[in-house]
Design a protein around this ligand. Sequence first.
Ligand code: ATP
Ligand code: MG
Length: 180
Amino acid sequence: MYLKYLSIRGFKSFADTAKVKFSPGLTVIVGPNGSGKSNVVDALAWVLGAQGPKQLRSSKMEDVIFAGSSKRPPLGRAEVSVTFDNSDESLSVPLSEVSISRSLYRSGESSYKLNEVACRLSDLVDLLGEVGVGKSQHLIISQGEVDDIVNAKADDLRVIIEEAAGITRHKRRRDQALKR
Ligand code: ATP
Ligand code: MG
């Protein structure tokens, strides 16, 4: 499984549709300060279900919608889609490509889609959680987090390692089972 395409429209600095195609392996995004490199990463975090505006470097969720520039008026809707190559069927759906989309209007109305069919956030969390893609799984490591990991105390480091190794998920399920 690998990230194949990212399509961004009306999200942060991307007023027009920006399509990014990835290949297997390492991709590096370069560009001048303020050109939108981090916004690409924010778009990926957002479409994968990020819920906290701070996680997206915004103060409120509406701020992810293109706010206008000297040349263009603000837009009313943000939409991001991501497509994963699933030819190895890492994701438990019998499809060689899996697309996830998220959109948000200024009214607060929002929606998620899985291969163009409306779905709930919890459906996506379940699907992606199986392959270690989720909001607390260190999929995205920000600059500050590198410092946090290097300076972490032993107990905190253990939490980070357990999350990365996929142990936290089993612990959560065990705790849920014990509660019943
Ligand atoms: P650096 O190299 O400094 O890290 P960067 O390429 O990562 O820069 P970003 O942080 O991705 O840059 O982009 C910052 C730009 O995005 C700023 O110019 C900011 O005004 C713009 N921006 C952020 N949110 C919005 C929005 N909602 N509408 C329009 N522009 C936005
Ligand atoms: Mg940046």
